[in-house]
Structure formats: structure tokens, C-alpha cells
Design a protein around this ligand. Structure first.
Ligand SMILES: Cc1cc2nc3c(=O)[nH]c(=O)nc-3n(C[C@H](O)[C@H](O)[C@H](O)COP(=O)(O)O)c2cc1C
Length: 142
């Protein structure tokens, strides 16, 4: 049977955690294990004040994850883009069940993404999030 079509989604939110505490590590540990078990890959960017996350997988997996993520008290003011089918069927982050970057230089872009009312192409956001960052964590996808 053919695998379900690959979809991607993006959200941005205001962080409600101590940037220097243990929470980013806890989030990542859970995300990496759970995403790998669901065939989900992606990238989580943390600026200190905001999160931006791109998730890619089946619509069922994305819906299940987002219902947990949306109600997580470690962030608020979550702005979410509708999942879109990846036209070429390829993952942007094939190697990461959840890649992670922490870079406060991204905060300006993230603040704009939270406030902006027009649609921003997800591929463009992915490029911005990639730009100039050192990815310090990479886990193989399931
Ligand atoms: C910014 C942020 C990103 C998160 N990303 C993921 C993720 O990619 N995958 C995941 O399983 N949980 C992620 N979580 C954790 C979920 O919100 C949730 O705590 C976890 O999936 C356990 O869900 P449950 O309490 O319904 O079992 C994230 C939480 C935050 C605050």
C-alpha cells in the first residue's frame, strides 16, 4: 500500500519557559521519541522568546501531535498554518525526527511571523530558519 501523502505544517508561538532551564531538553526528548514512532520529521527553533516549528508527516500524525502541542502550557499565542501537501513528496528534514536550534538572532523574524496576517510560504520560512544556524542536534528519523 502506498504511504499516505506527506504534509507539512508550521506554527509559531510565544515561549513560556526559562530559556536556560531544562525544559528545551525535555521537550526535545519527548518530541524525538514520539515523532520517530509516528514517521514525523521536523525542526524546532527556539529564540528564547518564541518557538517556530515545522512538522512533516501524514495528516493523521500531524493532527495527533498538534492536539497535544496546542494545549501545552509551555507556550501560548500559537499561530498555526494549515498543513499542506508537499508537492514533490520529499521531506525538508529527512534526517531529523526533531532537529533543534536555539538562536536569539531569529527572534525578530519570529515576532513578525506571530503578528503577520498574510500567508508566508513555508519553504521560505524553512530557509530563514536554516540560515546562519548551527544545528547542534540531529537524530535519524524512524
Ligand atoms: C514548543 C513545543 C514543541 C513540541 N514539539 C513536540 C513534537 O514535535 N512532538 C511531540 O511529540 N511533542 C512535542 N511537544 C510536547 C507536546 O506538547 C506534549 O507534551 C507531548 O507530545 C506529550 O503529549 P501528551 O501529554 O498528550 O502525552 C512540544 C512541546 C512544545 C512546548
Amino acid at each position: 500500500m502506498a504511504p499516505p501523502p506527506l504534509h507539512r505544517l508550521l506554527y509559531v508561538s510565544r515561549a513560556h519557559i526559562d530559556p536556560c532551564g531544562e525544559e528545551p531538553r525535555r521537550i526535545l526528548d519527548v518530541a524525538t521519541a514520539r515523532n520517530a514512532s509516528m514517521g514525523v520529521t521536523g525542526l524546532l527553533c527556539f529564540s528564547g522568546d518564541h518557538f517556530a516549528q515545522i512538522l512533516e508527516g501524514s495528516t493523521a500524525a500531524l493532527a495527533a501531535l498538534m492536539s497535544a502541542i496546542r494545549t501545552d502550557a509551555r507556550h501560548h499565542m500559537l499561530r498555526e498554518w494549515q498543513p499542506r501537501e508537499a508537492a514533490d513528496g520529499r521531506r525538508l528534514f529527512p534526517a531529523w525526527a526533531m532537529g533543534y536550534t536555539h538562536d536569539d538572532r531569529l527572534d525578530r523574524a519570529m515576532t513578525q511571523m506571530v503578528l503577520e496576517d498574510h500567508d508566508i510560504p513555508l519553504d521560505m520560512v524553512a530557509e530563514v530558519l536554516f540560515a546562519g544556524l548551527e544545528l547542534y542536534q540531529a537524530h535519524p528519523a524512524a
